[in-house]
Design a binder for this molecule. Structure first.
Ligand code: HEC
Ligand code: HEC
Length: 358
């Protein structure tokens, strides 16, 4: 009971930043006490009892509501809304058929936490200042619009936003706003899903299933279906997003790679955890990610065209073709270090033919 109560406190007050959009806050998961107690008992770790740390000094959250009510301010705020209420504006259930760009009812914010303002919660801060850049997935220099559309067609399992659409303009404007003060080309520490040591053993989805049931199912559901805010068809989205099934990200998404998913889960889940004090151990994050990613999800066509420079294909891309001779199973579950070593050796041998960039 005591452990349960401590974990509940962490889950509720663990968010280091005020949520920038109260309207979406209302839709947030408010699991009942019994559910939280159940989660708490699954989180019987020393970490769970410690007070949450204060916000990192090197991280500022910019507030779009301070912008004037002019064309720029309205565009940036529309961009923020497209990130937080994607399902209601460009989701598959919106009344206007031509606006149905996403194929699922997620929000960008389902993964880019706190409207893209959360350190190590796949934040958008500094992203605008980093594009265009070399993209290994396409083997070419790509734009920020191209990167947004990669998430539209993979994470959102939908279609690309037209480059001159008001929606694309607004998302880019919002990303620019979130890069205010960030020098072009300078790194932004805190981007991405955060750090986590890679395990030297293969991930174990069977072990992950048990921990999922104890730690995640109360919110995300036994069958990974999440919790809708309203009814199917009302474009109301989810208070807790689904993690697999028809309404989830597809198998070409960045979240469908084990290392990325494990890092995201370790540093951000269950909601309320922080990267400074992760609730889950590295091992548990690794195995839960393997369980989640072994469940069915939509398929993207032509994934064989990804990473045309095969030595740049990440070890944890779970789809072929591969250059390195390791099995599909090992690309899915690891261990990845032997694959990474082999790829590095192949790359060194091919150096003259490999394009530069990050
Ligand atoms: C299912 C989870 C998920 C959803 C939903 C999602 N993304 Fe992403 N997104 C990712 C992951 C994972 C990455 C890769 C981050 C990395 O490279 O470290 C990413 C990367 C990005 C980047 C580049 C970030 C960087 O640091 O370089 C942009 C921009 C982006 N997404 C925009 C969007 C937009 C806009 C939406 C909604 C239309 C969206 N994403 C929805 C998971 C998601
Ligand atoms: C207290 C409720 C809660 C618990 C417990 C919880 N999550 Fe989440 N999770 C959320 C919410 C809410 C979001 C969406 C974030 C947002 O909208 O701000 C989310 C987002 C995610 C995402 C990214 C979105 C997507 O569709 O893929 C993943 C992956 C995820 N959770 C995995 C897990 C795993 C694994 C566990 C167990 C270790 C877990 N979560 C426990 C509430 C929860």
């Amino acid at each position: 009971m005591a452990v349960g109560a401590a974990a509940v406190t962490l889950l509720i007050i663990g968010h280091p930043h005020p949520h920038p959009h109260p309207q979406a806050q209302e839709n947030r998961a408010t699991p009942d006490a019994a559910k939280l107690a159940a989660i708490g008992s699954g989180l019987a770790t020393g970490n769970a009892a410690a007070p949450p740390p204060s916000p990192p000094a090197d991280w500022t959250v910019l507030n779009v509501d301070t912008l004037r009510d002019d064309d720029w301010g309205r565009t940036v705020r529309y961009g923020r809304d497209l990130i937080t209420k994607t399902y209601a504006l460009i989701g598959p259930e919106v009344p206007e058929a031509s606006h149905r760009y996403s194929g699922n009812n997620l929000a960008c914010e389902s993964c880019h936490l706190e409207a893209g303002n959360r350190k190590f919660g796949l934040p958008f801060q500094g992203v605008y200042a980093d594009f265009p850049n070399y993209r290994a997935r396409s083997g070419a220099v790509g734009t920020i619009e191209g990167r947004i559309n990669a998430c539209m067609t993979r994470s959102m399992n939908g279609r690309a936003l037209p480059l001159d659409s008001p929606q694309m303009t607004a998302i880019v404007a919002y990303l620019k706003f979130l890069s205010t003060g960030r020098p072009v080309g300078a790194p932004t520490p805190g981007r991405g899903p955060g750090r986590m040591a890679e395990m030297t053993r293969a991930a174990d989805p069977v072990r992950g299933k048990t921990i999922y049931a104890q730690t995640c199912a109360a919110c995300h559901g036994e069958n990974g279906q999440g919790q809708r805010t309203g009814r199917v068809g009302d474009a109301g989205g989810y208070s807790v997003p689904p993690l697999w099934g028809d309404d989830s990200f597809n198998n070409g998404a960045g979240m469908d790679r084990l290392i990325s998913a494990a890092k995201f889960i370790h540093n951000n889940m269950p909601v309320g955890t922080t990267w400074q004090q992760p609730v889950l151990s590295v091992e548990d994050s690794w195995d839960i990610a393997a369980f989640v990613l072994s469940q069915p999800r939509p398929h993207k066509a032509h994934l064989d065209r990804d990473f045309p420079v095969r030595t740049e294909k990440p070890a944890d891309a779970a789809y072929g073709p591969y250059l390195d001779g390791f099995s599909r199973e090992q690309h899915k579950l690891g261990p990845f270090l032997p694959i990474e070593e082999k790829l590095a050796a192949l790359k060194a041998a091919n150096r003259d033919h490999t394009p530069g960039g990050n």
